[in-house]
Design a protein. Structure first.
Length: 197
C-alpha cells in the first residue's frame, strides 16, 4: 500500500488514462516457456509499464520509478521466453517480455503484503497469478513470515488461494501505517484479505 511518488507524466502524444499494453501476437500460449524469477534493476521499465497499465484504469495503485528501484528486491516477474524484447550488447543476453509481476513486501516480523500483482491481458487465465503467489508464499515461509495479506479488487481470485476476507479493524496495526500513505485512504474500494502460512 506504500505510495511514494506518482508515475511519470505521460508523453505529449499519450493520453494520461489510456495506457496501452505492449501488443503480443501469440501462436498458442506455451506455459512451459514462461519463467518466474526475482526481478532485477533492468526490469523496472517493463514492470512500470505493466503495473501502470492497470493503474490507469483504477484497477491497482500506480507506481513510479523511485518506488520500483527502492523495492526491486520485493518483486517477482514472469517472462515469456518466446517473445524477445531486446538484447544486451555487453553480455549478449536476450531479455524477454515480462508478462506478469508481483511483490512481497515485509512489514514486520510476522507479516508481509502481496502488492502490485499484475498479469498482461494476453496472458490472463494461464494460472500465472497463482504461480506468482506460490513463489512469494515460499519466499515468505523461508523468511519466517507467518501471515500474508493483500488489499484487492479481485476477492474471488485470492479466495481460491486460501486467503480470507478480513475486516479492516481486524488487520494488524502495522498495516495502517501503510494505508495512511495511500491515495485511496479516505475512499478505499479494496477488500483486505489474509492468508495464514
Amino acid at each position: 500500500m506504500d505510495y511514494i511518488e506518482p508515475p511519470p507524466d505521460p508523453k505529449p502524444d499519450q493520453k494520461k488514462y489510456q495506457r496501452k499494453f505492449r501488443k503480443v501476437r501469440l501462436k498458442g500460449k506455451d506455459e512451459s516457456q514462461i519463467v518466474i524469477q526475482k526481478a532485477q534493476i533492468r526490469d523496472v521499465e517493463e514492470i512500470l509499464e505493466l503495473v501502470n497499465g492497470f493503474a490507469a484504469s483504477n484497477l491497482m495503485l500506480p507506481r513510479g520509478p523511485q518506488y520500483l528501484y527502492e523495492n526491486i528486491r520485493d518483486f517477482v516477474i514472469a517472462s515469456d521466453k518466446t517473445v524477445p524484447v531486446y538484447g544486451l550488447t555487453e553480455t549478449r543476453e536476450i531479455l524477454y517480455l515480462i508478462v506478469a509481476c508481483g511483490s512481497l513486501h515485509v512489514l514486520w516480523e510476522d507479516i508481509a503484503e502481496i502488492r502490485a500483482l499484475a498479469i498482461h491481458p494476453e496472458y490472463q487465465h494461464l494460472g500465472l497469478g497463482s504461480k506468482l503467489i506460490e513463489f512469494m508464499k515460499q519466499e515468505a515461509e523461508q523468511l519466517g513470515i507467518r501471515r500474508l495479506y493483500t488489499f484487492t479488487l479481485t476477492e474471488d481470485f485470492f479466495k481460491t488461494l486460501g486467503f480470507k476476507r478480513q475486516k479492516r479493524a481486524e488487520l494488524p496495526a502495522k498495516v495502517w501505517g501503510e494505508c495512511s500513505r495511500c491515495p485511496k485512504y479516505f475512499q478505499c474500494d479494496e477488500v483486505g484479505m489474509v492468508l495464514e502460512l
